[in-house]
Design a binder for this molecule. Sequence first.
Ligand SMILES: *Cc1c(COP(=O)(O)O)cnc(C)c1O
Length: 360
Amino acid sequence: MSRVYNFSAGPAVLPEEVLKEAAAEMLDYRGCGMSVMEMSHRSKMFETIIQEAEADLRELMNIPANYKVLFLQGGASQQFAMIPMNLMKNGVADYIITGQWAKKAWQEACLYGDAKAVASSADKTFSYIPDCSDLPIDENADYVYICENNTIYGTKYKTLPNTKGKTLVSDVSSCFLSEPVDVTKYGLIYGGVQKNIGPAGVVIVIIREDLITEDVLPGTPTMLRYKTHADAGSLYNTPPAYGIYICGKVFKWLKARGGLAVMKEYNEKKAKILYDFLDGSRLFKGTVRKEDRSLMNVPFVTGDAELDAGFVKEAKAAGFENLKGHRTVGGMRASIYNAMPIEGVEALAAFMRDFEAKHI
Ligand SMILES: *Cc1c(COP(=O)(O)O)cnc(C)c1O
């Protein structure tokens, strides 16, 4: 068996310890004679799995008691509709467009109400986060929406926008659990877990209780109401049970490593290796404004599309997988989520140094 260094943006690298543990429990989960994949979601065994997962996540993120944690399906993209359907009481919302995911969320919200794009960084291919200190927030806005870490472009908010008292809704898919957060600053935080937490198929929603009401847009399906899932403890119907089990293991892995403050330090150390190299390189360069750089997704280019393609190919042959940039951006992107060991980042930087020496 040999494992590669997987720099995929998602689905992405998971901790080897977690995968080994899951493998060991595959045929017989803790003496019950079956896999977690095969057990009833109403069983005592699974109830313990989902409850422990929630408790561990609450501890990791310090989630206050007046927030619900929901384990849902439909990916992050389903939230693009669920959010306006459940939260647009006045039919108005403000969106900050920092990339493709924010834009898609905004376009979806336009189906349900008056969704305004109040700021955008499209003018410079989303290579920065706009100034959000004094935006024209609508008096009637039900919420202000951001995509906190822009997976494709490699930008991250370092300060949250001034929402002028309005509820903040944030897509944290690609920075989930990468550093501590103050949950009280948000009304709703959500993310697909396949970037930084677990297998595709689970989306986690952390939502303040007062936002969970029966007052939703007419025609909102039962399955798309937060209340349905909040009332049922995420067991209204069959949840993505195996995925939740793996997420639970990742939560325990994070706790054992010391929690989110420790992860932040580790992630900063990893990202610094790449950014320092890029800043000193004569061949490669980063594409993002320095102060807005993501700790999780690091895009870079040589400026020559053919050379980029050559780099990706040679890197793959050397055991560095999935470095090709997003199809809409080109170049390269190294996603260095929690589970990417620092050794992988050091090895990549060394490989880039060698490549540069050969091509400059
Ligand atoms: C990947 C991603 C999405 C889309 O996730 P799906 O689960 O495929 O719907 C949305 N937002 C961000 C920030 C992402 O990185």
